[in-house]
Design a binder for this molecule. Structure first.
Ligand code: GDP
Length: 623
């Protein structure tokens, strides 16, 4: 391999900006060096790239994960476009590594494989316009649930049956109202919604979140049915709602458009059947709602939590295939076997076909809303996929958690050998708390000589694998309302891992903050601890000159650092009180107004009238 040409004193093969280097999210400078070598056939030292980055004002080690922005700065300097592969693409590639190409699978499906599935509907709209109430009203209209006599539970989605053109048909509702859930899932690449019901209160009209919801649905290419709610209210003006919405491209059928508007009162259960009809009509008109039920299930986790008795429970929405009890599944980084399934009425379910939401038990941990799930032939495959994803996530997390330090600070810190980091692993009972804690922790202001790194965070008990990670990277484990399982506890004790439990975010923050401060290398300042005036000089051939002094202030202690001052000028510095005597006795200290004999070792240049000042280094308190 050839030697690379010099670039600012560093050997890096420079590009002309035309070529693109693809890197996985979580990639490091070493990975970039590898790619550059392959691309240019020059040998590229990661160290050279570290230096180049350093000159650009960014500091990183060769193996540390970098974020996209940092890579782009470096790429620009080197003359290459650097592209970070999206998590979705990466996950697709990861699954392909296991022989699972889900897109191909869908393409290969024949018309004859496909069967009609119910539409999946999300209710969106401005706050207080009645989304929750409407979801309740629709659920109550569900005769089947009533007959089953089950207790309706919130699992994140439910199905209702309605008679349409003389046929009983199902509709699936995502019952987390609001477009946050919708956007969050879409941001993660999961499109679960086929159709949106836009709720607009007839007494209030179009409001900011109405427009926002509308935009989200339109951007996702999801057809909209408008529920004009609260028509029972005085001052309700359903016609005005229709008219306002025309400005946003939603023209009511009665005005010659193709959007169905239904007047409803969620409060009085008025118009619910008509709304369900409109949903089915709109779905049938514009959507091809078919899926193959005869294969391993694929879908999306729409809600998940840690249940005290049942462990991780996740509501999954089947998108294709059929999910059965006993199937090996992987959802995000969680894996396991479906131990049991329940529907929204708390009824046990043996199998779930496309568009069916079911609550699944048996996962190793809690997946996130929007995580895709799939069934694998073997348990082992599910576990391996989960583990690979976990590794990818950990890398990405590392890149995110890295706190930057400025170039000047880094130079100084580097010179003084002060770069240090506090590594943390956070586990909690709910993802909201974990995220809040993580965010607050990263906001703690400390000296730049200390980095705070969050290596991993997640929902659920502290596991052996958390402890393993802590062992490797010397991390502290924080359990927020969670405890380690038995194995993890044993492992932590054996490895001497610090595991701390909190139930209040503030106390966790307090502790971390003080340990961060404790880790800061102390800064010292000089404090004068004593001053003695030389009244006599005793010359001794054996001990050198001894100063006969009287202590004027403070205390002179043996071994203290000292300097000699003559007429206000330092004539001897970096000295020490090597011997200290009162009369014939060696003493350790002499206080103000007492006389003493001081020997300054080999320093003999002392005169009557000189002052000996002693200095102590005192640790400066941190603000
Ligand atoms: P969300 O914020 O969109 O979920 O709105 P909610 O479903 O919580 O409803 C907000 C308020 O409007 C509540 O006090 C409901 O009782 C009330 N509400 C909802 N639907 C109707 C309706 O059809 N008529 C009347 N009069 N009030 C309603």
């Amino acid at each position: 391999m050839r030697e690379a040409p010099q670039l600012g004193g560093v050997s890096i093969p420079r590009g002309d900006g035309s070529r693109t280097i693809r890197l996985r999210r979580g990639a490091s400078i070493s990975d970039l060096a590898d790619k550059l070598e392959t691309l240019t056939n020059f040998s590229v030292q990661p160290g050279a790239l570290v230096t180049a980055l350093f000159h650009l004002g960014e500091m990183a080690t060769a193996t540390e994960s970098l974020d996209e922005a940092t890579f782009q700065i470096l790429g620009e300097e080197l003359g290459y476009k650097i592209q970070i592969v999206s998590p979705e693409d990466e996950d697709k590639e990861l699954l392909e590594g296991f022989g699972l190409d889900l897109e191909q699978e869908l393409e290969d499906e024949d018309d004859s494989d496909l069967e009609i599935r119910p539409p999946v509907v999300t209710v969106m709209g401005h706050v207080d316009h009645g989304k929750t109430k409407l979801l309740d009203a629709i659920r109550k209209a569900n005769v089947v649930a009533g007959e089953a006599g089950g207790i309706t539970q919130h699992i994140g989605a439910y199905q209702v049956w309605t008679e349409h053109d003389g046929i009983e048909r199902a509709i699936t509702f995502i019952d987390t109202p609001g477009h946050e859930a919708f956007t969050a899932m879409r941001a993660r690449g999961a499109q679960v919604t086929d159709l949106a019901i836009l709720v607009v209160a007839a007494d209030d009209g179009i409001m900011p979140q109405t427009v926002e919801a509308l935009n989200h649905a339109q951007a996702a290419g999801v057809p909209i049915v408008v529920a004009v709610n609260k028509v029972d209210k005085e001052g309700a003006n359903p016609a005005k709602v229709r008219q306002q919405l025309t400005e946003f491209g939603l023209v009511a059928e009665e005005y010659g458009g193709d959007t169905m508007f239904v007047d409803v009162s969620a409060l009085n259960n008025v118009g619910i059947d008509e709304l369900l009809d409109a949903v089915l009509l709109t779905a049938d008109a514009g959507l091809d709602l078919r899926a193959n039920p005869n294969k391993d299930a694929r879908g999306v986790a729409i809600e998940a939590k840690l249940d005290k008795g049942r462990g991780a429970v996740a509501t999954v929405l089947i998108q294709s295939g059929t999910l059965r009890v006993g199937d090996a599944i992987v959802a995000g980084t969680a894996y396991g076997r479906v131990r049991a399934m329940h529907d929204e009425n708390g009824e046990a379910v043996e199998e779930a076909a496309p568009s069916r939401p079911v609550q699944v038990q048996g996962l190793s941990s809690v997946p996130r809303a929007g995580d895709t799930f799939l069934v694998t032939e073997e348990d082992r495959t599910a576990r391996q996929i989960a583990e690979k994803r976990e590794a990818v996530e950990r890398n990405a997390q590392l890149a995110k958690a890295r706190k930057r330090i400025s170039l000047e600070d880094f130079t100084r810190a580097l010179e003084e050998g002060k770069v240090d980091s506090l590594n943390l692993i956070i586990k909690g009972d709910v993802s909201g708390a974990v995220e809040a804690l993580e965010e607050s922790l990263l906001k703690i202001e400390v000296d730049d000589s200390v980095q705070l790194r969050i290596l991993h965070r997640g929902v659920g008990a502290i596991t052996e694998s958390d402890i393993d990670l802590a062992t490797i990277d010397n991390a502290i484990v924080i359990g927020f309302n969670v405890r380690p399982d038995v194995k993890a506890r044993e492992r932590a004790a054996r490895e001497g891992i610090d595991v701390r439990f909190y139930s209040v975010i503030y106390s966790a923050l307090d502790d971390i903050e003080s340990s961060l401060k404790g880790m800061l290398k102390p800064e010292y300042e000089e404090v004068q601890s004593g001053v003695a005036e030389i009244r006599e000089v005793f010359r001794s051939s054996k001990f050198g000159n001894i100063a006969g002094v009287i202590v004027r202030s403070g205390t002179i202690t043996r071994n203290a650092k000292a300097r000699v001052i003559r007429d206000g000028v330092v004539v001897g510095d970096n000295l020490a009180i090597e011997s200290l005597r009162r009369f014939k006795d060696d003493v350790t200290e002499v206080k103000t107004d007492f006389e003493a004999g001081i020997g300054l070792g080999r320093f003999n240049d002392i005169q009557i009238g000189d002052e000996i000042e002693t200095i102590e280094l005192v640790e400066k308190p941190r603000g």
